[in-house]
Design a protein around this ligand. Structure first.
Ligand SMILES: NC(=O)C1=CN([C@@H]2O[C@H](COP(=O)(O)OP(=O)(O)OC[C@H]3O[C@@H](n4cnc5c(N)ncnc54)[C@H](O)[C@@H]3O)[C@@H](O)[C@H]2O)[C@H](O)CC1
Ligand SMILES: [K+]
Length: 245
């Protein structure tokens, strides 16, 4: 029996090129890729939470969380956020309490991300648009969450995190809550492995199609945590050129 395809580490440009080829030459759609990404991430988050052991200290903030503490999904305004909306929908189907925290005006969303925001809002998945006026409530909610998911920025990020992402990421990093990054920890350059300022300190990074080349470098280790590659349905023929040696 064939083993699962293992793709060599890729650059952001290579992954984006594979997505584009899957769409333009193989007739897939971005929505299909996004659905596979979000569902695959949701299934792995579900498994990770099932494995999570209660902390030793009986009265630590983590131990005081109730079984229905929500999974908070921090969303920006690109397709990384789109993955966040999809995984919120699938985590809800897996029985979890979820809430989408939207840090950009949803009117700035477009394409596949806008489509999944619309699906999530029509499905009345809990979501709120968060601004600086609610930072105090936000800190409390983040501290008592079952886990915090970073769907702020992915391969479309460039340069140091701009506000409010820099403040949010700094706030989350100070909290003892399980942190999971979608595709790439926001603030990390996935090609160089360098954090360009504030960077989401993930316990687990669920990255799509392949590890990113920057994840191989020591400078990325404080930020990526454990890395799991999530396939998104790109045909084996398209991946044949980037199979790991
Ligand atoms: N079909 C596909 O390509 C799929 C992609 N997947 C996911 O999509 C992201 C890449 O999405 P993209 O829209 O290209 O970019 P991002 O969501 O990463 O962010 C773009 C957004 O963020 C702004 N921005 C850029 N740099 C910064 C910064 N330093 N600070 C603040 N804001 C910044 C920029 O202006 C844009 O508005 C990929 O990672 C996957 O998660 C699907 O998984 C599969 C299909
Ligand atoms: K991210």
């Amino acid at each position: 029996m064939m083993s699962e395809l293992s793709v060599r580490p890729l650059s952001a440009a290579e992954v984006r090129g594979i997505d584009r080829t899957a769409i333009e030459e193989y007739g897939m759609t971005g929505l299909v890729l996004m659905e596979n990404a979000g569902r695959g991430a949701a299934e792995r988050i579900h498994r990770r939470l099932a494995e999570a052991t209660l902390p030793e200290e009986a009265n630590s903030p983590a131990a005081l969380k109730s079984a229905d503490s929500p999974i908070l999904i921090l969303c920006g305004k690109g397709n990384n956020a789109g993955d966040g909306y999809v995984l919120a929908r699938h985590l809800q189907l897996l029985g979890h309490s979820v809430e989408i925290l939207q840090f950009a005006d949803p009117r700035q969303l477009s394409g596949d991300a806008a489509a999944n925001w619309s699906i999530a809002t029509h499905a009345e998945i809990p979501a709120r648009i968060v601004g600086p006026d609610s930072w105090d409530r936000l800190r409390h909610d983040l501290a008592t969450a079952a886990c915090v998911v970073d769907a702020l920025l992915g391969t479309g990020g460039s340069g140091p995190l701009r506000e409010p992402y820099a403040t949010i990421v700094g706030m989350v990093n100070q909290l003892s809550v399980l942190k999971i990054a979608i595709d790439i920890p926001s603030g990390l350059d996935c090609d160089t492995g360098v954090a360009l300022g504030n960077c989401f300190a993930a316990d687990l990074t669920l990255t799509f199609v392949a590890e990113k080349i920057g994840f191989q470098l020591p400078s990325s280790k404080p930020w990526i945590g454990e890395v799991v590659v999530v396939p998104i349905g790109v045909p084996a023929k398209l991946l044949a050129g980037v199979i790991a040696a």
